[in-house]
Design a protein around this ligand. Structure first.
Ligand code: F0G
Length: 447
């Protein structure tokens, strides 16, 4: 076999077949990776070769922005692959948003993952995970979610005939996302608790009932998310940017991105690895606090588990529940924490937290000059502005911000920001009598 699963803990390093449905190392409980015997895979000698597949995009495996890079996630035969045209996303150069964040012209790029079929980056992961689910003969699936995972799981499950149950925190997810999971036919269970409570429950439910788990604990899901980085490189004419900036929640994306770059470098497909900035919201800043204040590091895989367990014990003692208007990243016990530490190590990364006010301002600017995004996604641009102010990122470095979800996912935050004039870029609607003269006067007064 060219692929296998491997425990990320170097002290353990246990290996398992890809056909095993385990999600955590049965020996030591740590996270698992999908790994490859690269000498058994015909990886193209140049990344540009993947781009040539566009020419035959009438074939579903070439149309998919994930499976177009199939040799890089070679764990499953074509017969099991599920695709609904995910990954048709664009990398947009955006000088106006760049100017807002303090960048020179031509240096900021926005990777629009909201253009996926379910409106978020999750589809990159689900096409891969559902393919694995079909490969192992799963009949029913489940996930915990702050909203986008549930929308994506529901869409893929009904596309390939699996049953699906999604767990969401009561009152914690945006309406666009809730509407999707109901509309796509998922059994939607609202738990009286937050995402972290849902995450705990879904793991127990999956192991008790034998449901296939689709959270980012699932290593095959993260294999699909690697392709977001390949497409950024593709968008830059097969060149690597200086920085990748990504919002951090459950830390699946950042983990996948680090793995993507590590593998590309190992295979000689890129010469250097970009730096990565992971951005939390201040109301859900576990990663920032652990890395910047508690000095938690990957340390060659010998992570100081006590720092983490003490931190979580403290959260429990305080009965802490995270709060941010960026509900997608309202998470205080990120399951991929250790993989993320590894990614920070690989990418010489930094971690920051930004306020809800800064997130909403950045979101309004992205909406005004770009294609729009949901609040969590805008954390990336707010984070760039902060890192520019700190001088960590130079104004002529080439930066790609990942915009993880579509603007229509969370209409409430957007409407409130504008109607209630919450920020400097609020653009509220203006009431006018039903009278032509009054309407014309109003339009003139706006200049
Ligand atoms: N941005 C959006 C729009 C998201 O939905 C999420 C995560 C993130 C960023 C954070 O990504 O977890 O890889 O660090 N949403 C998950 C969900 C948790 O359930 O939809 P991450």
């Amino acid at each position: 076999m060219s692929a296998f699963q491997k425990c990320i803990n170097p002290q353990c390093g246990a290996e398992y077949e890809v056909s095993e449905v385990i999600f955590k190392c049965p020996k030591c409980g740590d996270l698992l990776d999908a790994q490859y015997n690269w000498d058994k895979i015909k990886v193209p000698g140049k990344l540009a070769k993947f781009g040539k597949r566009w020419a035959s995009r009438n074939e579903p495996m070439n149309l998919s922005g994930v499976w177009r890079f199939r040799e890089m996630l070679n764990f499953c035969d074509d017969q099991y692959k599920v695709t609904i045209g995910e990954g048709q996303t664009i990398l947009q150069s955006n000088d106006e948003v760049g100017k807002y964040a303090g960048m020179k012209a031509g240096r900021l790029f926005l990777q629009y993952e909201g253009l996926n079929p379910s409106g978020s980056f999750k589809d990159n992961g689900m096409t891969a995970a559902f393919s694995h689910a079909r490969m192992v003969g799963a009949k029913a699936s489940a996930c915990a979610s702050t909203g986008n995972t549930s929308a994506s799981v529901a869409l893929y499950a009904h596309s390939c005939g699996l049953k699906c149950t999604v767990f969401i925190g009561s009152g914690r997810i945006a309406f666009g996302k809730l509407s999707q999971s109901m509309d796509y036919g998922a059994q939607t269970i609202q738990i009286q608790g937050d995402f972290d409570d849902c995450m705990r429950q879904v793991q127990d439910v999956c192991s008790k009932l034998g449901l296939y788990l689709l959270n980012s604990l699932n290593p095959f899901r993260l294999e699909g998310q690697k392709t977001i980085m390949y497409r950024i490189i593709e968008g830059l004419g097969w060149e690597v940017p200086d920085w990748i900036i990504v919002p951090g929640g459950n830390l699946g994306n950042s983990s996948a991105f680090g793995k993507a770059f590590y593998e590309l470098k190992q295979l000689g497909l890129i010469k250097r690895i970009p730096r990565m900035a992971i951005i939390n919201a201040t109301g859900a800043w576990t990663l920032t606090d652990l890395v910047n204040n508690k000095k938690l590091v990957w340390n060659g895989g010998n992570v100081d588990n006590k720092i983490i367990s003490d931190y979580y014990d403290d959260l429990t003692a305080k009965n802490f529940s995270p709060h941010t208007c960026a509900s997608a990243i309202e998470i205080s016990r990120p399951v991929n924490l250790k993989k993320c530490l590894r990614a920070l190590d690989v990418c010489n990364g930094v971690v920051r937290a930004v306020s809800d006010a800064d997130i909403c301002d950045a979101k309004a600017i992205i909406g005004k000059y770009g294609l729009g995004c949901e609040p969590a996604s805008a954390a990336s641009v707010a984070g760039l502005k902060l890192l520019r102010a700190e001088g960590i990122i130079g104004d002529d470095e080439r930066v790609a911000c990942v915009l993880t979800g579509h603007a229509l996912k969370d209409p409430n935050v957007t409407v409130n920001y504008h109607k209630e004039k919450q920020g400097a870029f609020s653009n509220p609607p203006v009431e006018v009598p039903n009278n032509l003269d009054e309407i014309i006067k109003l339009i003139h007064s706006a200049g």
